[in-house]
Design a protein around this ligand. Structure first.
Ligand code: B4P
Length: 187
């Protein structure tokens, strides 16, 4: 069973690829962005706290997202594998995840970075048109990515299970490459 962490800038294709791999490998796709958007839409206490951060393109505070992930990974469908999409997004979250995985005696198999140039990311996100896909918010999300999330590349490189993949090719070609990796991890 695979345990994969997807890294990459907003619009790099984390959600697209995580969804495709989850369908193929029958392991849960855990997207913090999707969980937070559902919470916002349902106006839950978490959603009410998260909304203004998301609308501005900022990260939701770590304690909220960390609680969310702790709960989600403790659910029974996550015991034999998962694909994490959008978590961790900074070093505090990555250290938390490392500690959690030690506690539950599960190591991750790969941290996978999807590499896409900024100008391509902006065009993709403008084309998608989600509520937080306005040009101003996209620029802010990219800045947050470079300041807080990109340092995770060094963090995971130092752990020896890091892969960087060209995400600037058609989605099906990225999926094909990733399927090979997952098959290796599953064996
Ligand atoms: P996310 O939901 O994680 O959003 P994202 O990074 O913008 O999307 P992703 O990279 O998954 O792009 P996608 O595949 O959809 O986060 C949203 C917000 O939630 C954050 O700003 C933050 O506020 C909050 N949040 C989430 N996690 C958090 C955390 N851990 N801590 C704190 N806050 C958190 O692809 C985008 C577009 O590109 C699509 O239209 C797709 O069709 C297209 N595309 C994908 N791959 C392509 C390819 N290879 N070629 C051409 N187009 C492609």
């Amino acid at each position: 069973m695979a345990r994969l962490i997807f890294l990459g800038a907003p619009g790099a294709g984390k959600g697209t690829q995580a969804k495709a791999l989850a369908a193929f490998s029958h392991i849960p796709h855990i997207s913090t962005g999707d969980i937070l958007r559902t919470a916002v839409a349902s106006q839950t206490p978490l959603g009410l706290k998260a909304q203004s951060y998301m609308d501005q393109g900022n990260l939701v505070p770590d304690p909220l997202v960390i609680d969310l992930i702790r709960d989600r990974l403790s659910q029974s469908d996550a015991h034999n594998g998962w694909i994490l999409d959008g978590f961790p997004r900074n070093v505090v979250q990555a250290v938390f995840l490392d500690e959690l995985l030690v506690d539950i005696s599960h190591a991750y198999d790969y941290a996978i970075n999807l590499d896409v140039p900024d100008d391509v990311l902006v065009q993709r996100l403008l084309g998608r048109g989600r509520q937080d896909d306005t040009e101003e918010v996209i620029r802010r999300r990219l800045q947050v990515y470079h300041d807080q999330t990109a340092p995770l590349i060094n963090f995971y490189q130092s752990q020896d299970k890091f892969l960087s993949i060209n995400g600037n090719i058609p989605p099906e070609a990225v999926t094909e490459e990733l399927r090979g990796l997952v098959q290796k991890a599953v064996v």
